[in-house]
Design a protein around this ligand. Structure first.
Ligand SMILES: Nc1ncnc2c1ncn2[C@@H]1O[C@H](COP(=O)(O)OP(=O)(O)OP(=O)(O)O)[C@@H](O)[C@H]1O
Length: 246
């Protein structure tokens, strides 16, 4: 059997207080996984550790079987990280930005150019490909950042609140790109506060509070835990309330 896209075990991180408290998480290759949790639950901190941007205090992270703490460069080649605060160079056009990112990955220029064109088309950025990013709205910058994260053809895409601030049309484009990627066998892990998105798009859902995984499973499995045919919102609120009381 092939290695899971992500296998996290015993992950801990503290800042001035413990923030991630022994997370175990396995996401299969080709799965769409949503990580939910109230503000400050530790979701971003977990994903930043997985993406190699923050060192854990303890625990292991394997990406497609690669020990990401021991071999971070090999692991990062397989991963895209899309933050909720897009960092794009103001003085570059989207096309130049994608060429720049492709250069960092030492991609073949012809492959990079064709992938960049495809991504700009998918995300509706083609009409703006020669305009400077400095004049773009937050939503447009978010889409440029997503395109930049996908240009090296990652196998695991990690997104922190990718739909926040996007208008309905842009949100649809981003969701379609992610669905297409999953159809192609790519793994997607994302955080969201938009529970309908998790309900509609994710194959499995994990609920985090106080740096702990309270529950995970398909929507049907989470419903079975509560013993009621109810919405993800009800399940989420019940889990977080009982988790907080525990
Ligand atoms: N670099 C840091 N230094 C100190 N504390 C931090 C740092 N990064 C995160 N924290 C704290 O860790 C806790 C978890 O933050 P995190 O951003 O992981 O939560 P989250 O679940 O992503 O929340 P949200 O849904 O609000 O984005 C918060 O209390 C936050 O203030």
């Amino acid at each position: 059997m092939s290695a899971p896209a992500l296998a996290v075990a015993g992950l801990h991180k503290r800042f001035d207080r413990p923030v991630v408290n022994g997370i175990d998480l396995t996401v299969s290759a080709g799965e769409f996984y949503a990580l939910l949790g109230p503000n400050g639950a530790g979701k971003t901190t977990i994903l930043r550790m997985v993406a190699g941007l923050l060192p854990p205090d303890s625990g292991s992270i394997h990406i497609f079987g690669i020990d990401a703490r021991r071999d971070p460069v090999a692991a990062k080649r397989l991963v895209a990280w899309v933050s909720d605060e897009p960092m794009v160079y103001d003085r570059l056009t989207p096309l130049e930005y994608l060429e720049f990112v492709a250069g960092l990955w030492q991609m073949d220029p012809a492959v990079a150019a064709s992938r960049a064109r495809e991504l700009l088309h998918w995300l509706g950025l083609e009409p703006h490909r020669d305009e400077l990013c400095g004049g773009f709205s937050k939503g447009m910058l978010q889409k440029v950042a997503l395109a930049g994260a996908l240009v090296h053809d990652p196998k695991l895409i990690i997104l922190d609140e990718p739909l926040t601030g996007l208008d309905a049309g842009s949100a649809r484009q981003v969701k379609d790109v992610l669905r297409d990627k999953v159809r192609q066998g790519v793994t997607v892990i994302m955080t969201t506060h938009i529970l309908e998105v998790a309900e509609r798009m994710a194959e499995r859902i994990g609920v985090i509070a106080h740096g702990r995984l309270l529950a995970e499973g398909t929507l049907a499995e989470l419903r079975a835990r509560t013993g009621r045919e109810t919405s993800l919102e009800d399940i989420f609120l019940e889990l977080v309330a009982t988790g907080a009381a525990a």
